[in-house]
Structures are given as structure tokens and as C-alpha cells.
Design a protein around this ligand. Sequence first.
Ligand SMILES: *Cc1c(COP(=O)(O)O)cnc(C)c1O
Length: 411
Amino acid sequence: MFTEADALERDLADPGHRELFHVPPAEGGRYAETAYLAGNSLGLQPRATRGDLLDDLDAWARLGVEGHLDAARPWLPYHEFLTGTAARLVGALPQETVVMNSLTVNLHLLMVSFYRPTGTRTKIVIEDTAFPSDSYAVRSQARFHGLDPDATVVRLDPADVLSYLAHEGHEVALVLLGGVNYLTGELMDIPAITRAGHEAGALVGWDLAHAAGNVPLELHEWGPDFAAWCSYKYLNAGPGALGGVFVHERHLGDPAVQRFEGWWSTEPATRFEMTPVSRPPATADAWQISNPPIYAMGPVRTSLEIFDRAGMAALRARSTRLTGYLETLLDELPITVVTPRDPARRGSQLSLRVGGGSAHELARRLRFEFGVITDAREPDIVRAAPVPLYCTYHDCWRLADALAHVIEEVR
Ligand SMILES: *Cc1c(COP(=O)(O)O)cnc(C)c1O
């Protein structure tokens, strides 16, 4: 039943938007293109990115400094061209959203505002499988406040977060979890954990690196205090692309909320009055500091517009079908999927546990012998994400077919 012909038929019946992307050529195997299943790590390049970027670059050549106001997409308000699409992507109000900096920098800037340890309420809750960068970030925040990171940062199994908050929540200043876990691909119950954190009197932030562009989000309605994400994974804006930030409406314009400021934190209309005191707007733009890198912002704009046109609901529906199909194929093989089986508790990514510490060897063979791109993560996980914008049923079939050939050899 799960033949190659069947996969190709499914692609005809349920196409994505592959034509909008550059798919890298395969480095091995019998197909011209890679089966690219690493969009959870670095998304593919939209075909429109190069032309859009060159237009912005040409404006500088033609206009010099006058491009700030006179470019077709003027640089002064450039970040605002990304706000609407970014806000729709994460279910936020436009005033709650801004694209700026990179993810971990933004987490720090947001913790300046929302990690304010006082008295016995000092703890930061993260997940025990947190991405290391997030762990480093919160530990350094604890030290910055003169606290012992080992005593301040509480690492929990995600399944234990709700009961911990119910019993020990009075000591928690901040809950900061990944919306979709980078290693297991598990989608957290963001609304429930947010509610429980708030009931415990804590503030709640989400790292949406693996969630933005992967699963539908309703940040305004779910009510976390803040969130941050990057744009180079599911969002296809290129290596090191700028991140996005959400600050809930309830904190906007609140003078009690601390922020670090620069000239981009102030009301644009007053920016050039050259006064010594800023007048921040009651929007997430107030968290900006510097004038933004236009040529890093352009690819985010191009990519967000693709998401806006495709629609997150339609992408989620295709993602559920594609990932479910891949799961069915993998179930035929001697391999363990550690990602939750319930489609409501995951996004595109399936994480496969490979015995014998051979995950890197497996990913290498898949790439060079079969033209299938996955990635390996310590200690024993291979991640594969059939992302709905550009992956195909045939990509999924190729992964399963390749695994069937090599899995016994690398175990
Ligand atoms: C990808 C990722 C990061 C990367 O942080 P950068 O600041 O963009 O380098 C951080 N946290 C999580 C959870 C990630 O998945």
C-alpha cells in the first residue's frame, strides 16, 4: 500500500507550495533533489528572497542616505512592514509584535522586563530538555541578579510543570518553556501552562523557536506575558535571521515595566527631535533599541508574506496529514518515534531514537547515500520534519525507504 507510486499520487492530490522554494540538489542517491526534512533546523530559501533583497540593496546604491525615506520600502519604518504578518502568524495584535535582533538576545531583553526576582519569589522554571542556549541564558540572568543559578533555575520534566506550579509556584518568578521542544518535537499545552503560571503568581514567557510557523498560535488570547522566536527554522528567512517578539497588551505602555532603551525605543515622530529623554510608544516597538539591519529584515518580510498568503490553518492541516503519513511509514520499521503520537501534541517534527549512539552516522548516510537531509542531536536522536510549505509525501517515502535500507546496519 505504501509504495512510491502511492506517495507520488498523494502529492498530486495534496500539493504544498514547493514551487516557491529552492530545493537543494541531492548529494547522493538516485533523485535530483534532496528530500529536505531539516526545515525545523534551517528552512529552505524562498525563490522570491533574492530579488526582494536585491531591490533593497539597489535602493542604497541609487539613493544613499535618502533611502531612509525615499526607497520603495523606506528603511526608517522598515520593521513596520513585518509587523502585521508576524502578528497574524502568532495570533497577536500588531502592537504586541516586533521583529528585531536574534532570539537569545531578545530573551535577555524580555527578561530585563519580566524576570524581576523579589524576596522568596526568585525561581525560573525551564524544561529539563531545554535548548542549551535557553539554559545558559536563564542561568546568566540568575547570576546577573546576584542569585545562585543552581538554586534558582528549576529544570522540570514537562509533564511535571503543572503540579510543580500548583505546589511550589509561590517561589516562581518566571516560567520560560519551549512551545515545541527542539529535541522531542512535543507541543506544550501553552494556554494551560500559561494559566497555571499566572495562577501561581509568576510571569510566563515562551520560546517559540520550534513553534512559530509550525503550529497555529493564539498568543494574545492565551495571554503569556511575552514570547520570542527565531525566523530561520520554519520561517525560512535564512541563517541567523532576525527574531520576533511578542509582549502582551497588558504590559504595553506600563511605566513600571523596565526596559533597556535606545533611539528605536522612542516614538518615531519624536526620534529626530534630539531630546535627551525617550518617549516610548505603547507598543512592542518600545523594546527595540537600535536601528535595524535592513538586509537581514528583508528576507523575514519575504518569508512572512508567504505564510500570510498560505495561511497557518491550511499549513497546519497539511502538516498533520504529511507527518501522520510519515509516522505510518516509520511504524513499519524497527525504529522508535519519541515524539507524542497525538497530532494535537506535536508539529511537523518526528524525533527518532537511534540505538547505539549512531544518530550522526545515520544522518550522514541518509545524506550521502540517499540524498535525504535530516539532523542528529545528542545523544541518540535523528529529527525529521516534513514541513508543509515545501515537503512532499515522496520526501517522506524516501526517508522511510532509506531507513529501511540502513537502519539495521547502524544500530
Ligand atoms: C534555535 C533555538 C535557539 C537559537 O537561539 P539564537 O539566539 O537564534 O542563536 C534558542 N532557543 C531555542 C529553543 C531554539 O530552538
